[in-house]
Ligand binder design. Sequence first.
Ligand code: RIB
Ligand code: CA
Length: 306
Amino acid sequence: MTRPPIVLDCDPGIDDAFALFCALRYCDLRAVTTVSGNVRIEDTTRNALHLLDLTERPDIPVHRGAEVPLEVEPSFAAYVHGPSGLGADPTPAPSRDAEATDAVEALLAHASEEVTLVATGPLTNVALALRADAQTMHRYRHVHWMGGSTTTGNVTDNAEFNAWADPHAVDAVFRSGLPLSMYGLNLTRQVRMAAPHSAALRQAATNSSAKAAAFLEFYEANGEQDGQGQPMHDPCAVLGLTDGARFTTTPSHMVVDTADDSTRGWTRVVDADATDAAPITVVETADAPFLIERIMAAAIAPDGEE
Ligand code: RIB
Ligand code: CA
């Protein structure tokens, strides 16, 4: 199976960790860029470096990104992902530092027609890279973003966390014309893992699966409490590239609310001729059982061969 080349911009984060496992197993992961989101930039960067130690991939560069959103005050989701961002335990000290070049420089350096940018956190780094050099950013083949929602939110009634945390970045990226597929809550809430999966991960007893089990158990206790298991948001944005036939999509036009009020971060489908309407591919449905198998295989053996 050919491994599609990607750059992963993320805010690890428990589901970002599962996305990273999938990126390592099924993609040609060229670089990781980190952004403030679930936890502070120091923590998301340390977590990314630790996860690449855990999976024995210290060859993959990590580039530290934005500390704060474009305009709103920073907000975090440690209530879901734990104080470290990876559950209850402090993250072990990584074996190396992040690269000297920052996330914007890395995003620009890797932009090419063969590379897909997968973003699983707030879009601050992507928006800043567009500000720095939009022409270069348009070299990316495609952008897959886990964020937004065409139905309900998870921070407010309407807004999903990655969109709410930096709505101005979403607005800039939406209106940039970058070819973007949105893996919103409307999609990712279809793909759930729960106690039987964490038990199977423990049973597998690999270095990564033991950690993944602990991550999922923490997520179970602190994530969505609707009794349907935990949505595996971020891996969907990776698997949408490697297993696109397992999803359905609708070409749409969207806007995002940026006013700092009750509708902040609300991503809405609008008519094509609406003000500020941006062409966005909305990912609508997923083959959850298949995708869960892919996520489990990657968490057990991120270095596995297909
Ligand atoms: O709303 C879910 C998204 O916000 C996921 O990417 C999660 O990691 C957080 O970043
Ligand atoms: Ca994330």
